[in-house]
Ligand binder design. Structure first.
Ligand SMILES: Nc1nc2c(ncn2[C@@H]2O[C@H](COP(=O)(O)OP(=O)(O)O)[C@@H](O)[C@H]2O)c(=O)[nH]1
Ligand SMILES: [Mg+2]
Length: 247
């Protein structure tokens, strides 16, 4: 807790890879939250103007640790490390490609942390959106982690927790790529943290425009999410549950 102000210091972190179309909007919107967050952008050596626009809009821009992609997990780890340095109390991750972000998303997610260890956003999405969630993550969670199968959006990028929660999870060796979101959910639950999901309305994001015509573009994400769940099932001794699957 920030002793001087005795109010929690909130940091919003945007992992961002070539998000020049939306980065200004999301940073400005985050800054309008009544939690007055500091904004960090963990940039993936974007080849467009993402980093420049982010700096101009008052974000602290840092580069992720290496150029191996996909690196959503590496970026989140880097963001948490940076937030530790600036003594954040509450850290909220948001995707940088959200077209319709509003300050109340930040307010609600941060407010939720007052009586819960982890708060996750869920939304209404286009019928063709969220293929990996619908076809990989949820069916596999129903088998291996049935007690977590009620989470609407297990791959949500909008997740808030106190710093000590993030720190304790990072110590457990998080994955580098797309598996990181489901990994944080499973590990938080297995650590006994209380997790809740809150509804944020419709989510419109630019990545959907990239894959709506060709869902094959999600193959790497699908593979990494799938193997993360399998590895977590081994780790938490859930593999035998596959026997219950009717095929
Ligand atoms: N730093 C960093 N950010 C990434 C990387 N891959 C994706 N992102 C960001 O992570 C967020 C979620 O990615 P997105 O492509 O929108 O995933 P989707 O919504 O599941 O399709 C966005 O803000 C991306 O710019 C990466 O390799 N490095
Ligand atoms: Mg997206």
């Amino acid at each position: 807790m920030n002793k001087q102000a005795s109010i929690p210091k909130t940091v919003v972190i945007f992992p961002a890879k070539n998000e020049e179309d939306t980065i200004e909007h999301v940073i400005r919107t985050a800054k309008k939250s009544r939690h007055n967050p500091q904004v960090i952008v963990v940039d993936a050596y974007s080849t467009d103007r993402t980093a420049e626009i982010a700096r101009k809009n008052g974000a602290r821009v840092i580069q992720q640790d290496n150029r191996l992609f996909p690196a959503k997990g590496i970026a989140m780890k880097k963001g948490i490390t940076e937030a530790i340095k600036i003594k954040a109390d509450i850290v909220l991750f948001l995707d940088a490609d959200i077209k319709n972000l509003t300050p109340d998303w930040i307010d609600k997610l941060v407010d939720g942390c007052a009586n819960c260890d982890m708060v996750r956003g869920y939304y209404q999405r286009h019928a063709q959106d969220a293929a990996v969630t619908k076809l990989i993550a949820k069916p596999m969670m129903r088998v291996f982690f049935p007690e977590l199968s009620h989470f609407e959006q297990p791959l949500s990028g909008e997740v808030c927790a106190r710093m000590e929660v993030w720190k304790s999870l990072l110590d457990k060796n998080s994955p580098d790529g797309w598996g990181v979101d489901i990994w944080f959910l499973i590990e938080a639950a297995m650590s006994g943290y209380q997790i809740k999901e809150i509804f944020l309305g419709l989510k419109e994001h630019t990545s959907f425009e990239d894959y709506r015509e060709d869902v094959g573009k999600l193959a790497k994400m699908a593979e990494q999410v799938e193997f993360t769940i399998i590895k977590e099932a081994f780790k938490h001794r859930r593999m035998d549950l596959h026997r219950d699957v009717k095929i």
